[in-house]
Each structure stands twice: as C-alpha cells, then as structure tokens.
Design a binder for this molecule. Structure first.
Ligand code: NAD
Ligand code: UDX
Length: 462
C-alpha cells in the first residue's frame, strides 16, 4: 500500500461503480494533495479500473483517471486495509430496488450498504467520517450511525450525506462544473467539523456558493426528490405526446413553447419512448414506499403515477408499431437502433429498449439489436432469450432486410446515417419508429419511409 504520510488527507470510496469510480477520479485529479483509494468486492471491476479499458463507457473519463492514477488515485480489492487507513470514507455501493420480502418492488435494498457499515465498524481503530454517496431512503444515516457507533470501544463515526447528482454520459462535465454539491451534516460540534472538512474538499475546484449545506435528512430526501422531479417532467411531456398524436399537435412545438416560459424551463422536456437508467424508477419507487410507510397514500400515488406513465409510454410505443405494421409483426425483422438507456453510455439498466425488445419478442418478431457501446450489457439483459435475438454493431447490417427500424437511443451517429442506402436494403413498405425524435422526418418520408415519431403526426405513404 502506498504510504499516506505525504498526503494532506486520506480518502476512501467503497464501491467502484458508475458513481464511485468517476467521482473519486475527479476528486483525485482536482486534489493532488489527497490520497484517494477506491475499493470493491468485484475484482474484475478493479482490474478494469487499473487498465485503459475502464469498466464503464463515459466520455472524457479515461483522461481524468490517467491524470491521477498511480499518483494519488488507487484502485484496490484490499478493503480492510483501506478502511483502517482512511480518514474519510465515501460509501457508493449499489442500492437497488428490493426484489424480496417486505417492500419488494419499491423499497431500497440496503443490504450492501449495511454490510459495508458493519465492516467499517469491525475493522476501524480510529474515528472516521462516513459519507453516504449512495442514494438512500431519508433517515438512513440515523440507522447507520446507530450501527457504526454501537462498537463498545468509543470510536466515533460521523455520518454525513453527500448525494451525487451526476448524469451518465455527461458525468465528467457534471463533476467538473456541478450546479451544486450538497452536504448534509448533523448540527453538532463533531457534525459541523466533519461538514467543514467536506466543504474544504469540494472547494478545491467548486465555487463556495455552489456548495450547499443542510441537515442530513434534507440532503437524503433532496436526492430522491431531484430525481422524482426530473422524471416527472418527462412523464408529463410524454403524457402530452399521446394527446398530440390524437390531435395533430406536435409535442416538440408544445415543449418549445412551454419551455420558453422561464418559470417552466426548457430542459427535460424531450418526449421519448420512456425514461430509463438505474436511478429514476428506483428512486421514485423508493419515495413512494417511504410515503406509504408514513401512511401518506395520496403522496405515494401522485409519485407512482410518474412510473406508471413511463410504463404506458414504453408499451404504447410497441403498440403503435404493431398497429402501423398491419397489426402483426410476427416473423418480421425489426432493427432496434440503440440499447443503452441514453446516448454516450454503455449502461442498459432499466433501458426502455429492454421493454421494447421483450414486447416485440412476445409478438414473435425477429429482432436485431445494434448499439455502439451497449451490446455486452444487452447480452446479459437478454440472457434468457439470446437465441431469439441477433446483435450486430453495424446499423446498416441490422437494417438489411428489416421491415422496420425502432430508434430507442439518441446516439449522435444514428442522425447521420445514409438513410437512402438503408431504405434500399429494407423490405417494403419500410417503417421508421423514432422513439427519440432525433431524425429528419421530412427527409426520411421523401426517401420513401413511413415515419412514426413520438407526439407528432405520422407520415405514411399508404
Ligand atoms: P454500481 O452497481 O455501478 O456500483 C456499485 C458497486 O458497489 C459495485 O461495483 C459493487 O460490486 C460494489 N459493492 C457492493 N457491495 C460492496 C461491498 N460490501 N464492498 C465493496 N464494494 C461493494 O452502482 P452505481 O450506479 O455506481 O450506484 C451507486 C449508488 O449511487 C446507488 O445508490 C445509486 O442510486 C447512486 N447514484 C447513481 C447514479 C448513476 O448515474 N449511476 C447517479 C447518482 C447516484
Ligand atoms: C439521472 C439524473 O439526471 C442525475 O442527476 C442523477 O444523479 C442520476 O439519474 P441519468 O439517469 O444518468 O441521470 O440520466 P438522465 O440524463 O437523467 O436521463 C434519464 C433518462 O431520461 C434517460 O433514459 C433519458 O433518455 C431520458 N430522458 C431525459 C428523456 O426521455 N427526456 C428528456 O428530456 C431527458
């Protein structure tokens, strides 16, 4: 292990995933005076972080990692030694939706988080600041503080909440220049001292007026609420997209008009096949569960409707495809362009493409999937039906002989393909279902495609 003596602070992160790896790489790159170690139980992931083939695809990330790796950034599987050594421990383990027992399907599964807390308690010989980086139910810090501080040897652990707001695909920019950093701390002398240390860490590159402090519960809850509000905007505009399709209004025009009202704002109003990603659905369902557990049923059902609308939007997309293709897609080759939950990531967690592909397979379509970064994850997601799908990295090959293309991810490269060449290689009538409204629909229609988008009138030659 590299000596800590020459570093001003010794920071550890437990969990080297989509959040732990990038956030710690950024702290290390911006703060060469700190030693930053990232550990994980997954040895393959750690090996990848120590190579040039990082375990996640994120634009700009390799440069940030390379700037600090080996200098003051270290990836390791020696969790116990790293805990002993650290003064500040970020915990960034996964907190997925529970799939079993009470709260299954909604509550957060806190087993990884609690195991980490117990390990910290068992191994530590000195006081430490424990920072919740994972997204957790409000008041988790109270439980964690109780577990950690029930150690009988008077070692004090100060538990803070520092939720992460980065979005995948733009993580590096989001971390370099965040709208805000939030640090929730107890209003006690030791809590305030720990909070000030955390403020000092971030102030190395973030202006002070963007570093917010609050009580721990507000910080924990703010993370769930931020995601709920963002997802709610998407479900709201998606609900209007259905109405647009019935009335010949255009959802992009509606979004532009309402978004120019500065009280509403223009971002997160892009109507789509539905939102995906590991956070939105999980965090809203967590919020719903918390509200229910306090008996706040109206609050719970208000937020649950955001997820229900999203499910409807995914189902509706495929239903529209089937209707447009003469009520059957059985034995028809359908090319799915994009499997990642958004562009510029290989992550496919809760990707709307998963729901689209599974629904098409239920209808006995012959599905071929293409994606520049997500095919490995797609193979895992569809492990139970791999014999029924084809995967190719070249979109031209995917489209060859297809009756339809379904755009499920807004990859830049799909905007600039030679659609005339693609049209010529397809079965006729050839359809494009643009689940992200990214293509030039007039141009496609002129080429000969029948074009179906989200929340816009269909352009059909038949
Ligand atoms: P992830 O699954 O990519 O990474 C979690 C890592 O923790 C895994 O590599 C896993 O092996 C490791 N781990 C689990 N238990 C461990 C243990 N006991 N000891 C050591 N390592 C352990 O998850 P993620 O996407 O990085 O998310 C982590 C947390 O951050 C979640 O709570 C999530 O809600 C939150 N979050 C995620 C994002 C995002 O964009 N992915 C953004 C903001 C917040
Ligand atoms: C989200 C939050 O944005 C981030 O702050 C939080 O830390 C983690 O969760 P992420 O899921 O990585 O980030 O990506 P995001 O850009 O929010 O997109 C989520 C989903 O919504 C994607 O499937 C995206 O395609 C979709 N989306 C987004 C829309 O359908 N329309 C939009 O206008 C914006």
């Amino acid at each position: 292990m590299v000596s800590t003596a020459k570093f001003a602070r010794n920071i550890l992160c437990i969990g080297a995933g989509y959040v732990g790896g990038p956030t710690m790489a950024m702290i290390a790159a911006r703060c060469p005076q700190y030693k930053v170690t990232v550990v994980d139980i997954n040895a393959a992931r750690i090996a990848a972080w120590n190579s040039d083939a990082l375990p996640i695809y994120e634009p700009g990330l390799l440069g940030v990692v390379k700037e600090a790796r080996g200098r003051n950034l270290f990836f390791s599987t020696d969790i116990e030694a790293a805990i002993k050594d650290a003064e500040i421990i970020f915990v960034s383990v996964n907190t997925p939706t529970k799939t079993f027992g009470a709260g299954a399907g909604k509550a957060a599964d806190l087993q990884y988080w609690e195991k980490t807390a117990r390990m910290i308690k068992r191994v530590s010989t000195e006081p430490k600041i424990i920072v919740e980086k994972s997204t957790l139910p409000v008041r988790t810090a109270a439980a964690m503080s109780r577990i950690l501080n029930a150690n009988g040897n008077n070692i004090h652990f100060e538990v803070l909440s520092n939720p992460e707001f980065l979005a995948e695909g733009t993580a590096v920019e989001d971390m370099k220049n965040p709208d805000r950093v939030l640090i929730g701390a107890p209003d006690t002398p030791s809590g305030i001292k720990a909070r000030d240390i955390m403020v000092e860490v971030y102030a190395n590159w973030i202006p002070r007026d963007r570093i917010l402090t609050s009580n721990v519960w507000s910080a924990e809850l703010s993370k769930l609420v931020a995601n709920a509000f963002l997802a709610q905007r998407i479900s709201s505009i998606n609900s209007i997209s259905v109405l647009c399709e019935k009335t010949e209004a255009d959802v992009a025009e509606v979004a532009r008009s309402i978004g120019m009202d500065s009280r509403i704002g223009s971002r997160f109003l892009a109507s789509s096949v539905g939102f995906g990603g590991s956070c939105f659905q999980k965090d809203i369902l967590n919020l719903v569960y918390i509200a229910e557990s306090y008996g706040l049923h109206e609050v719970a059902s208000y937020w649950e409707s955001v997820v229900l609308m999203n499910n409807y939007q995914k189902r509706r997309f495929v239903a529209n495809m089937i209707a447009a293709m003469f009520n059957t897609v059985a034995d028809k080759r359908i090319a799915v362009f994009g499997f990642a939950f958004k562009a510029d990531t290989g992550d496919t967690r809760e990707s709307p493409a998963i729901a689209v592909v599974r629904q098409l397979l239920d209808e006995r379509a012959r599905v071929v999937i293409t994606d520049p970064e997500a095919l490995d994850n797609a193979k895992t997601d569809l492990a139970d039906c791999l014999d029924q799908v084809e995967m190719v990295s070249d979109p031209y090959m995917a489209a060859q002989g297809a009756h339809a293309i379904a755009i499920c991810t807004e990859w830049q490269q799909y905007k600039v393909l030679d659609y005339k060449k693609i049209f010529d290689s397809m079965e006729k009538p050839a359809c494009i279902f643009d689940g992200r409204n990214i293509l030039d629909h007039e141009k496609l229609f002129a080429i000969g495609f029948n074009v179906f988008s989200i929340g816009k009138p269909a352009r059909k030659h038949y």
